[in-house]
Design a protein around this ligand. Structure first.
Ligand code: PLP
Length: 411
């Protein structure tokens, strides 16, 4: 994804001035200003509301003041977004050499990175060692052997399978995490290999819908701390509570549950460092995607539109992240009166992506007013697991989609 710094009306981090996120009218005006500058070009583009990123960081610090966020780069690696998070003091969860490179290219030091992939390729481990990234996760004996061989100074977090997948949209338990009966042999193997196991990590699943999963996982982590101590291993001092957070009441509930569980299970551990790997929480709401209508077909009452991004691009989230997307015509996104929207007749509409595959269908049965080729359709909340997993299928290059930065004036 390319970044184009378009409007910066305030500077992130200016003391005493809290930026507001963009209003509906502000966002609409911003999108219109980009379109007017594009002239003939009608490629899709993202708008990133930096005010939203600042607000979310504030929200995190307020709700979970003792939990240090390591943003999960996989969720959205847009460089300007990573840069904003870095400037706001976030650390980073990287899962590959390329993600470590991307973060370090922004001047982030190695001690602000957790290499949170329990199964790492050997060349990537060697790279992490060269760059001084000294914290990683594991859940198998083979990983212990690789780390012992290529990066023996790396501190380890034992990744547990969370006892409950949190009713997650994307459960991670089927792939990662030690089972209860595997914990002791893994700790013993790491100890025998003279590796330092600093603590425990888990992930309750991405898009978790109930917060009690954090309670169960924190209790299970405490049991691992106790096992390590019974084995006479150096005392553990780090707990990584993973990701799974979504903006809104779910986050508030998760924060309350986590604080209560930490109090219940870890209050006698004053040296404990608690970290987390939020992805969706920081990425989802700040990004808005503008797409252009490139084709139309009328079949009786039904309207069919083709847009220039789709399932093989940003909307892969429908398949892989089990997301539901919504679209609004640009003419209807602001609060201002617009005859296209106010009281206008709507039609059941299908929205297709641009590739030649019928699977490339973004919306069906969506009520939209009559639209024409060259109109714009706007998709809100498109920052999480969208562009990061898009492809170049049929020559529609997801990574070429630009991101324009908007920053609302706090005054
Ligand atoms: N950490 C790890 C190891 C992950 O696999 C993921 C997502 O898959 C995340 C963090 C981010 O999760 P989320 O976006 O749900 O916060």
């Amino acid at each position: 994804m390319g970044s184009n710094l378009q409007v910066v009306l305030g500077a992130p981090g200016v003391k005493g001035k809290m930026p507001a996120s963009l209003s509906k009218d502000g966002l609409t005006d911003f999108i219109l200003s980009i379109i007017s500058k594009k002239q003939e070009g009608k490629e899709p583009f993202y708008v990133l509301d930096l005010g939203m990123v600042v607000s979310l960081m504030e929200k995190w610090s307020h709700s979970l003041p003792n939990v240090r966020p390591f943003y999960a780069v996989k969720c959205n690696p847009e460089p300007a977004f990573l840069g904003a998070l870095a400037a706001l003091g976030a650390s980073f969860d990287c899962a590959s050499q390329a993600e470590i490179e991307a973060v370090m290219a922004l001047g982030v030091s190695a001690d602000r990175i957790v290499y949170a992939n329990p199964c790492k390729a050997e060349p990537h481990i060697k790279y992490a060692a060269r760059m001084g990234v000294k914290l990683t996760t594991f859940d198998s004996r083979d990983e212990i052997e690789k780390i012992q061989k290529w990066h023996p100074k790396c501190a380890l977090l034992l990744r547990l399978k969370a006892p409950d997948d949190g009713g997650a949209r994307c459960p991670l338990g089927p792939k990662y995490g030690a089972l209860p009966e595997e914990v002791m042999p893994l700790l013993q193997a790491a100890h025998a290999a003279r590796l330092t196991v600093s603590g425990v990590s888990f992930h309750v699943g991405s898009g978790a819908t109930h917060s009690r999963a954090y309670h169960g996982a924190i209790a299970a982590a405490k049991a691992v701390f106790d096992t390590a101590s019974r084995l006479g291993m150096p005392s553990m001092h780090m707990l990584n509570i993973g990701g799974g957070f979504t903006v809104g009441p779910q986050f508030n509930e998760a924060a309350v549950t986590i604080k209560a569980a930490l109090e219940t299970y870890f209050s006698n551990q004053p040296n404990l460092t608690v970290i987390a790997e939020p992805g969706r929480f920081f990425a989802e709401t700040g990004f808005t995607l503008a797409t252009n209508i490139i084709g139309k077909r009328v079949r009786g009452n039904l309207r069919e539109y083709w847009i220039n991004d789709g399932i093989y691009g940003s909307m892969n989230c429908i398949l892989y992240d089990h997301a539901t997307v919504t679209a609004t015509p640009l003419a209807c996104t602001s609060n201002r009166a617009n005859p296209t929207c106010r009281g206008a007749r709507t039609y059941p509409s299908t929205v297709f992506g641009p590739t030649c595959d019928a699977l490339d269908t973004v919306l069906t049965g969506h009520q939209l007013p009559e639209l024409e080729v060259n109109d714009w359709l706007v998709f809100p909340n498109m920052g999480a697991y969208t562009a990061s997993a898009g492809s170049n299928f049929n020559g529609f290059n997801t990574s070429a989609i630009s991101t324009y930065l908007a920053y609302s004036n706090p005054c």
